[in-house]
Design a protein around this ligand. Structure first.
Ligand code: UDP
Length: 329
């Protein structure tokens, strides 16, 4: 039986494919390669290039493969872009997921684990955020992910398709051997941008706002290593396989770091200056987002291995130094 990974050529998806293959799972991948990289996909996974919005294509993959479960990473994920172009997000994320669920129902595939996001919570009044914190997305990206969660809930009631939604906080780092890592164009995420400055590929880091109600005035986020994040996906697959009910879990580290603290940590890891200047706030950025991930630990038995941001940054740095142009080389 096979695990189908949607979006398996992306940053997070490729780490999932790698870990699944290395743990002995049989893996098939769908990716349209709009933002993913074929070179990131483990050679032992069967690769199907195509779009989840094309139902006949998705059906053809379900016909060829004996799919036992789906892990769904195939989505657009840039907050700023979603504000400018919300329909792209409702089309790619919501319509794409609707097609996936239709085909799962048709082929009687009953388990899906999928990437959701802390953006479903919007700007909560209290941190750390638990799964009981009310959802109130502040941008179309978060809204689209919440809609996907809700679609799955009703598909569970009607068709018995069980889901686990994993609400990610800030995913970072790379595989320890630096064979796969983060390669976005354009890059918008804090850690890769800091490391591009360290490599001399950018002049300086723009710190988006230092007037937030946080200790040093810069935004506080909760960084989780991509390999730990994927471990939770595999635990979630096994949780569903064991017949457990649909569920939602936060994935974070329970500790917050400000942009300035991340910069300091990166300077320590890279031993580079990393020039930075304070710039205006970025639209839509909440001041503080920190997860309570106790539920994932208690119910899934999740045990993150990377507990220090320096360690997370170090794995990202190894990837950036060995792949200064990402997968292009
Ligand atoms: N950030 C920054 N400069 C950058 C990129 C990001 O100051 O060039 C800040 C951003 O405002 C946020 C944090 O770094 O507070 C993490 O941003 P990222 O885009 O990595 O993830 P997000 O929290 O938006 O999912």
């Amino acid at each position: 039986m096979t695990i189908l990974v949607l979006g398996g050529a992306g940053y997070i998806g490729s780490h999932a494919v790698d870990q699944l293959v290395n743990q002995g799972y049989d893996v098939a991948v769908i990716d349209n390669l709009l933002t993913g990289h074929k070179a990131a996909v483990h050679s032992k996974a069967r690769f199907y290039q195509g779009d989840i919005r094309e139902k006949e294509f998705v059906q053809s993959v379900f016909q060829k493969e004996k799919i036992e479960g789906v892990i769904h990473f195939a989505a657009s994920s840039l907050v700023g872009e979603s504000v400018e172009n919300p329909l792209k997000y409702f089309n790619n994320n919501v319509s794409g997921t609707e097609i996936v669920l239709e085909v799962m129902h048709e082929f009687k595939v009953k388990s899906i684990v999928f990437s959701s996001t802390a953006a479903t919570y919007g700007e909560p009044e209290e941190n750390p955020i638990t799964e009981m914190t009310p959802t109130n997305p502040k941008n179309p990206y978060g809204e689209s992910k919440l809609m996907m969660e809700k679609m799955m809930r009703w598909c569970d009631e009607a068709y018995g398709i069980k889901f686990v939604a994993l609400r990610y906080f800030n995913v970072a780092g790379a595989k320890a051997d630096a064979s796969i890592g983060e390669d976005h164009a354009p890059e918008t995420h804090l850690i890769p941008i800091i490391l591009q400055v360290a490599l001399g590929q950018r002049e300086q880091l723009a710190i988006f706002g230092d007037d937030y109600p946080t200790e040093d005035g810069t935004c506080v986020r909760d960084y989780v290593h991509v390999e730990d994040l994927i471990a939770a996906h595999i635990l979630a697959l096994e949780y569903l396989k064991a017949g457990n009910p649909s569920n939602i879990f936060n994935l974070g580290s329970n500790s917050g770091y400000s942009v300035k603290q991340m910069l300091g940590a990166a300077r320590k890891v890279t031993k580079k200056d990393i020039p930075a200047k304070v710039a205006p706030r970025r639209a839509g950025d909440p001041g503080t987002l920190v997860a309570a991930s106790d539920k994932a630990k208690a119910v899934l038995g999740w045990q993150p291995q990377y507990t220090e941001v320096e360690e997370i940054i170090a794995t990202a740095w190894n990837w950036h130094v060995s792949h200064p142009y990402g997968y292009k080389e």
